[in-house]
Design a protein around this ligand. Sequence first.
Ligand SMILES: Nc1ncnc2c1ncn2[C@@H]1O[C@H](COP(=O)(O)OP(=O)(O)OP(=O)(O)O)[C@@H](O)[C@H]1O
Ligand SMILES: [Mg+2]
Length: 238
Amino acid sequence: MQRTSAKALTEVSVPLVCLTDVRKTFPLPGGAPLVAVNDVSLSVAAGTAVALTGPSGSGKSTLLHLIGAVERSDGGTIDVDGQRVTGLSGSALAAYRRRIGFVFQRFHLLPTLTALDNVMAPLIPFRTVFDKAARARELLAMVGLADRSAALPSRLSGGQQQRVAIARALINRPAVLLADEPTGNLDSQTGTAIVDLLLRLRDEHATTLIMATHDTGIAARCDRVVQMRDGCLTSLDG
Ligand SMILES: Nc1ncnc2c1ncn2[C@@H]1O[C@H](COP(=O)(O)OP(=O)(O)OP(=O)(O)O)[C@@H](O)[C@H]1O
Ligand SMILES: [Mg+2]
C-alpha cells in the first residue's frame, strides 16, 4: 500500500492541530505489539471540519484519543492551538483536556443528572469567571433544548441526548471538538440533524471539528475527508 509522505500531508497555513509522526502501540500478550496509529502526520487548519474515515479497527478512535490526550502517544508530536500536547502531565495535562470537547457515540451522559447538570458537569469542580448555569442554559438553547433542561437523560430521545452531549462538550469553549461516531447510535434523520448542528458550530463559532464516521454521506459534508487503514493515513482531501 502506498503511503502519502508526511510532507504532502502538511498544509501551508498555520494549523490549529498538527500531528507529526504520531505513533501508538498496544501490547499484545505473547506477541509483537499492535500498532494502532502508525506514524501519522496531519495538519488541520482552524475552523475546518474533518471527517476521519476507515474500516473498523483502523485507528480512528485511538487517533482522536491521542489528540484529546485521553491516551498518551508512544512517539511523534501533537500540537494544538500552539501548545505541545505530547509530554504534558499533571495540572497542565488536566487543563489541556478541559480545552478539548469530546463527543462519543454512546453519549455518556450521567443518568441521575438533569440535562442542565450534565452540561455543567465538566465545570463542577472549578471556579469560573462566568455563571455556569447561565452558560449551560445558553448552550442547551443553542442545541434546541431550552425547554428540556430539567429532563433526565432517560426522558430524552437519542438525538436529544446527543445534543446534550454536544452542549456539554462546548461548555469550556474548546479550541477543538473531537467527535467519535457521533451519529453511530442514531437513525439517519436524527444523525443528519446532529451533523447539521456540528457544521453550524463550525460556521458560526469557527469550531474546528474532527469527526470519526463510517457514513460516507456525512463525510462528504465535511471540508476534508481523511482516511485511515491499519493505523496509517491513506488519503486526505482538501
Ligand atoms: N486499549 C486497547 N488495548 C489494546 N488494543 C487496542 C486498544 N484500543 C484499541 N486497540 C486496538 O487498536 C486498533 C485500532 O482501534 P480503534 O478503536 O482506534 O479503531 P477504530 O478505527 O476506531 O474502529 P471502529 O470503527 O470499530 O470504532 C484495533 O486493532 C484495536 O483492537
Ligand atoms: Mg472507533
